[in-house]
Design a protein around this ligand. Structure first.
Ligand code: ZN
Length: 406
């Protein structure tokens, strides 16, 4: 007498022979995959869909939205007939206006962290010297923008995601400005964002998170009324660098944060450039400023000056590659103190009406990053299809043969 399972297998058999359970398992898997592909995995098709219409950038938002709803484009390199059968529900398609096209001098890059930040950025470019230099600059900018939140030497994790929109511009000393950076950190379980914004009447812009809070901290009662950014901190592991660097245009006025006595000026000028050493009267701390432009009239060692006095000008003298103020605090015994701890710090927040203007700009940049990412993914998919095309064809050839064996 047959056992129940034997009976079942007999029913499923072909040519009177029992069907191998392995075959049944494979058939089940294939059916599952087909169902998943047809009904569940619509997300991929949506993103590729937007990307398949680069011209959508020039369309009015409504038109682009409508076309995104109508046409489900096949993934690049996929079988058109099979893809035509894919009909994702309309509700699954995000109703977003097409992002504005990026100007000629503005570019997107994005990807995942593989090794260091620099190497991960560099992997998005060709391997020539100009691209390597560009990747170095981009990673240095990102590091600086996020330096108060993320340690890019110790806290990066493989698979962290970054998106960047950068601008080539003469306005920046190194020819580059980050307009937007978004970094998804697994270490912090947080996504950091930083957007460049310069409101009307401002000498230079600053970077802010998506809510309009400045990306970098500022010194309370610091020596500069405004500066572009902190380009170096104490803990950024530059050897023999004992102060903070505040990037500001040449001739920017430097004011004394506290009443102080001027001890000396212009020693070791080959490295320090024009420089000044003060002693703060209230606590005896030593304060040093390096790389200055010429001093205002009447600045003389031995004299004391009131807090708020214009005592120097920002410069680019000595060993300095760009105009900035090096600001350093030491105890009387010569122990280096972090100026951000000494002064305390804060992060300014944009207020109305700038905040509204800023948020509208952020939305555009976010859409442009999404669009850049989608285009990148499609390009990668296309490349993969091209390179594995021959292998895929060979696999197709082999498939019927394998079936016959079963
Ligand atoms: Zn410095």
């Amino acid at each position: 007498m047959l056992k129940p399972e034997d009976n079942y297998l007999n029913k499923m058999s072909q040519n009177g022979k029992p069907l191998n359970p392995v075959v049944l398992f494979i058939l089940g898997m294939l059916a599952g995959l087909l169902i998943y592909w047809l009904f569940i995995d619509t997300d991929t098709d949506n993103t590729v869909c937007e990307n398949a219409q680069p011209a959508a950038e020039e369309k009015a938002p409504d038109a682009a939205q409508a076309s995104a709803g109508n046409a489900v484009q096949p993934p690049i390199g996929a079988d058109p007939a099979a893809a035509a059968a894919v009909q994702p529900p309309l509700a699954a398609i995000p109703a977003q206006p097409a992002p504005e096209a990026l100007p000629q001098n503005v570019h997107y890059i994005g990807g995942e962290i593989e090794h260091s930040l620099y190497r991960s950025v560099a992997s998005r470019f060709p391997e020539d010297d100009a691209s390597k230099l560009l990747a170095e600059k981009i990673s240095a900018h990102i590091k600086r923008l996020l330096v108060f939140d993320l340690d890019t030497t110790r806290q990066l994790r493989k698979g962290d995601r970054f998106d960047v929109i950068y601008e080539e511009t003469e306005e920046s000393t190194d020819g580059l400005r980050i307009l937007a950076v978004r970094y998804k950190s697994q270490y912090h379980f947080k996504t950091f964002e930083s957007y460049y914004y310069r409101h009307e009447g401002e000498e230079f812009g600053h970077h802010y998170d998506a809510e309009g809070v400045e990306s970098q901290e500022r010194l309370k009662n610091g020596p500069l009324k405004d500066y572009e950014e902190v380009t170096s901190l104490l803990n950024d592991r530059r050897p023999r660098h004992d102060g903070v660097d505040l990037k500001a245009p040449i001739w920017t006025k430097v004011y004394l944060p506290f009443d102080a006595k001027l001890n000396r000026i212009n020693w070791n000028t080959r490295y320090n450039g024009n420089c000044a050493e003060f002693t703060y009267l209230h606590d005896g701390m030593k304060m040093i400023m390096l790389h200055l432009e010429k001093f205002p009239e009447g600045i003389t060692p031995g004299k004391t000056y009131k807090a708020g006095t214009h005592v120097a000008n920002v410069g680019n003298t000595g060993r300095s590659s760009a105009s900035h103020l090096h600001y350093q605090i030491e105890t009387p015994a010569g122990k280096i103190i972090d100026p951000f701890k000494y002064h305390g710090s804060y992060r300014p927040k944009l207020e109305s009406p700038q905040l509204e203007e800023f948020k509208a700009m952020v939305e555009k940049l976010q859409a442009q990053m999404e669009n850049g990412r989608v285009q990148d993914d499609a390009r990668a998919e296309q490349q993969a299809t091209e390179t594995t095309g021959a292998e895929a064809a060979a696999a197709d050839e082999a498939a019927p043969a394998a079936g016959q064996q079963l």
